[in-house]
Design a protein around this ligand. Structure first.
Ligand SMILES: O=C(O)CCC(=O)C(=O)O
Ligand SMILES: [Fe+2]
Length: 272
């Protein structure tokens, strides 16, 4: 279903601040803040690395297994995003079933979303398929008297972690809907860091001892735990195909069940 409803999103994406991307087109408005943004971007990856270490340990892999595949200084499709959703009238929202961002899983490995106060983000619970709001959670150890100081970070597992772990780690299906009535007049600000695998990293299921015991990967010793014969699918190949599929249409809700192929993987779009 196409609509003539105004797009309310404004986003600014910052690739990794490393020499490879120095010549990417960017808005000069941000130049005075570049050093600060660079520090923040690295800090975000440092947080992600800690989570990667936990996932590696859970899968009984060497602790640096996933962090090694997401080194800040290696080229990848990561980006830091500053975003605003502007308010939209109830009449316009009704034309798109109150959808601000349709149901999806994130394409990369991990997404960090800095918590903010305007509701709208919902996750689909795996057990019942029900949609639940992600509530604002004040962070521990907040400093100063700024409301947002020390806010929590929401962390979404994305598709590539799901592939590596043969589905043991599940990518979160989430969406953004029109906020509750008392919040509909506010701009909804977003700050995200999308962590994606290194451009050349293979995203085949990993020969984790835990996954072998669970029968999720074969017990073969070949790299990839028996998936070794499958052609390599790189992080870059996967993320680019997904982004193309997601963004090359103006629809809000008509992608349900659409399947597409990347290398040997068949992917079903998660729209609902
Ligand atoms: O706006 C939000 O809270 C979530 C946005 C999102 O899911 C995304 O950009 O992938
Ligand atoms: Fe998302």
């Amino acid at each position: 279903m196409s609509t003539d409803v105004t797009n309310i999103e404004e986003s600014f994406n910052v690739p990794k601040i490393i020499p490879e991307y120095e010549n990417e087109v960017r808005h000069p408005f941000f130049d005075p803040y570049r050093a600060e943004i660079a520090g923040f971007s690295r800090k975000a990856m440092a947080i992600a690395s800690k989570i990667f270490t936990l996932f590696s340990i859970i899968l009984e892999l060497p602790p640096s297994y996933f962090a090694d595949r997401h080194e800040y200084d290696s080229p990848s499709e990561d980006h830091l995003r500053y975003m605003t959703y502007h308010p939209r009238s109830a009449a316009d929202d009704a034309k798109v079933q109150n959808t601000w961002s349709r149901a999806h899983t994130d394409f990369g490995s991990l997404t960090l979303l800095w918590n903010q106060n305007v509701a709208g983000l919902q996750i689909k619970t795996a057990a019942t398929g029900q949609w639940k709001y992600v509530p604002p959670v004040p962070g521990a150890g907040a400093g100063g008297d700024d409301d947002n100081a020390g806010t929590a970070i929401i962390c979404n597992v994305g598709d590539t972690l799901s592939f590596w772990s043969a589905g043991y780690l599940k990518s979160t299906t989430h969406r953004v809907v029109r906020p509750p009535e008392d919040q509909t007049g506010a701009d909804r600000l977003g700050l995200f860091y999308f962590v994606r695998p290194g451009d050349d990293v293979d995203i085949k299921p990993v020969a984790s001892p835990l996954l072998k015991r669970l029968g999720l990967v074969s017990t073969s010793d070949k790299p990839g735990g028996g998936e070794g014969d499958r052609p390599k699918i790189t992080g870059r190949q996967y993320v680019r195909e997904r982004v193309k599929n997601y963004h090359n249409h103006g629809d809000y809700a008509d992608m349900k069940g659409k399947k597409f192929q990347i290398g040997g993987l068949e992917i079903e779009d998660e729209a609902a």
